[in-house]
Design a protein around this ligand. Structure first.
Ligand code: MN
Length: 276
């Protein structure tokens, strides 16, 4: 008999989030579940880790811990501290309260938690419910259980992860997609606070996405079908390598002589200090 699979569940909405509960319950029949999640809401925390402040653990129950820190901190604590005797077979993150489509993956704490798993050598899946209100996790949890079972049977390669987004009216199916493009508008709203001080609010409600078949945004928002996008941590732009390898700089001697010839620089301030 194969040893029981170990699954680390994390998120960015915090340990009390309903989406985390739904995901933990959905994957519980599939292995030994550890919940290690941020103590507080960390949405849009991206991949930050705490290096200037201590990270504290709070035990919430059997194999369940809150981390005073970021989503990536939680996954580090799970893999390198709490489960270090035997690392998890899979990290699952979510279910996020909100979409993580297209460029969202660069800001998302939910995706970052999965990415941290991938970096530490554990395959990972990020799950998000692509709605903004009236969160109902039943359908997303069912698909999460299904995809987690598939992933445990044929684990994704190291340094890779899956990003799953489920629309409200999911029919339970999914499609394999690419990252699309979208925008929340570039507007920054300027306001004055009650004490007369200026402040800014980033992002406006001018949502738009590029409509393109096969992308996560079009699949979720136009077709109403869940998207599964494979991501990898190697962000190298392979297509640009041949072009960039033709770039050159002049020999170092040429740069130095042109700089010395002008004789004008930040040193010409006229102070009577020590000249070299
Ligand atoms: Mn979130």
């Amino acid at each position: 008999m194969t040893p029981k699979r170990r699954i680390l569940v994390s998120n960015d909405d915090g340990i009390h989030a309903r989406g985390l509960r739904a995901l933990a319950e959905a994957v519980r029949p599939l292995g030994e579940v550890w919940v290690v999640a941020p103590e507080r809401q960390q949405s849009a925390a991206s991949h930050a880790i705490s290096i200037h402040t201590p990270v504290r653990l709070k035990k919430h129950g059997e194999r369940e811990f809150a981390v005073e820190g970021t989503p990536a901190d939680a996954v580090v604590m799970g893999i390198n501290v709490l489960m270090r005797e035997s690392p998890p077979d899979l990290v699952v993150s979510g279910i996020n309260h909100g979409p993580n489509l297209a460029e969202d993956v660069f800001y998302s704490g939910t995706v970052a938690a999965a990415m941290e798993g991938a970096i530490l050598g554990v395959p990972a899946i990020a799950f998000s419910l692509a709605v903004y209100r009236k969160f109902e996790f039943t359908k997303a949890a069912r698909l999460a259980q299904h995809l987690t079972r598939l992933a445990l049977a044929s684990l994704p390669a190291p340094w890779r992860l899956l990003n799953v987004n489920v629309p409200r009216d999911s029919d339970g199916t999914f499609r394999v997609t690419r990252l699309g493009r979208h925008s929340y508008g570039n507007g920054v709203v300027e306001q004055t606070d009650p004490r007369g001080r200026q402040y800014f609010w980033l992002g406006t409600n001018e949502y738009a996405h590029v409509s393109k078949a096969g992308t996560d945004v079009s699949t979720v928002y136009e077709d109403g079908v869940a998207s599964l996008t494979p991501l990898m941590m190697d962000l190298t732009d392979a297509a640009s390598l041949p072009h960039l390898r033709r770039w050159t700089v002049p020999a170092s001697g040429a740069i130095r002589s042109s700089g010395a010839a002008t004789g004008k620089g930040s040193r010409s301030r006229g102070t009577a200090g020590v000249r070299r």
